[in-house]
Write a protein that binds this ligand. Structure first.
Ligand code: UDP
Length: 249
């Protein structure tokens, strides 16, 4: 499959690219050859539900250059709408593959997001895991819009080719789209809470749970305060089903 023929699917108004890891990495290889900054987002069920009520988020996701499907929810939804994705994919795993590519190809990386100290700890662990990788800089994700210019200057000044933005949705998606013309990196990717995981602050579900599509259950058990946020997941599937029924009427 070439990047030119990546299909799009639309779930409740949000566009996703029907792409697996290899297809996404080929697309990223293309971004690295282009001028300008390509924006990568990883829509999951929660983001799609939020985008229904948040036009800025929807615009940012739909306007991104790669919309990589994240999680079991979007995979199930794609089956309901009769245009199945290739399988369950996770933004975290695409980020790890991109870091592996960065180390192999000497592409420097800037880490932006998380509470103070998180990006620095993530940088140390990334360096241990991917020997030779160049981390061009790191900065926390708690700043207001008036500081954005300074942050962009810092990122551009670092010479980073890849920017990982870990400020959660919708902040990271809107930040990347709003600043894509000012950024000088080749790729900017929204990675949610991934720096917390890389810094060792939060743990990912065991692999058997990931394979069973139960990462959400692990998150719920280990971070029960997410219950309100996660209660949208069953509703998401119900809405996708209702949407599908409406099309048959
Ligand atoms: N965050 C940030 N700036 C903010 C709000 C959040 O850097 O203004 C960080 C937060 O510290 C956490 C991440 O964004 O590391 C969001 O994590 P969450 O688990 O909500 O994201 P998910 O992985 O579910 O998309």
């Amino acid at each position: 499959m070439t990047s030119a023929c990546i299909q799009k699917i639309k779930i409740l108004g949000t566009i996703l690219d029907r792409v697996d890891y290899d297809g996404a990495l080929r697309k990223i290889e293309g971004f690295l050859k282009n001028s300008g900054t390509a924006v990568i987002v990883t829509p999951n069920a929660e983001i799609i539900m939020a985008a229904k009520k948040n036009e800025a988020l929807k615009g940012a996701v739909n306007g991104a250059d790669l919309r990589f499907p994240d999680g079991i929810g979007v995979m199930l939804a794609s089956r309901i709408i009769g245009n199945p994705l290739f399988g369950r994919t996770a933004g975290f795993d695409l980020m790890m593959k991109m870091l592996e590519m960065a180390a192999r190809r000497n592409l420097s990386v800037f880490l932006l997001g998380g509470k103070p100290g998180v990006a620095e700890d993530a940088a140390s662990n990334i360096k241990a895991r991917f020997p030779g990788i160049i981390i061009a800089g790191a900065h926390h994700g708690y700043f207001d819009e008036s500081s954005e210019g300074r942050i962009i200057e810092m990122i551009n000044g670092s010479g980073a080719r890849i920017l990982l933005v870990a400020m959660g949705a919708p902040k990271q998606e809107i930040f990347m789209i709003r600043n894509r013309e000012k950024l000088k990196c080749s790729v900017a990717m929204g990675v949610g809470g991934s720096l917390d995981v890389l810094a060792g602050r939060v743990h990912r579900a065991p692999v058997f749970m990931q394979k069973a599509g139960l990462e959400w259950l692990y998150r719920l058990v280990t971070q029960p305060k997410r219950i309100k946020r996660m209660s949208v997941l069953p509703l998401f599937l119900v809405e996708v089903m209702l949407d599908r029924f409406r099309q048959f009427k």
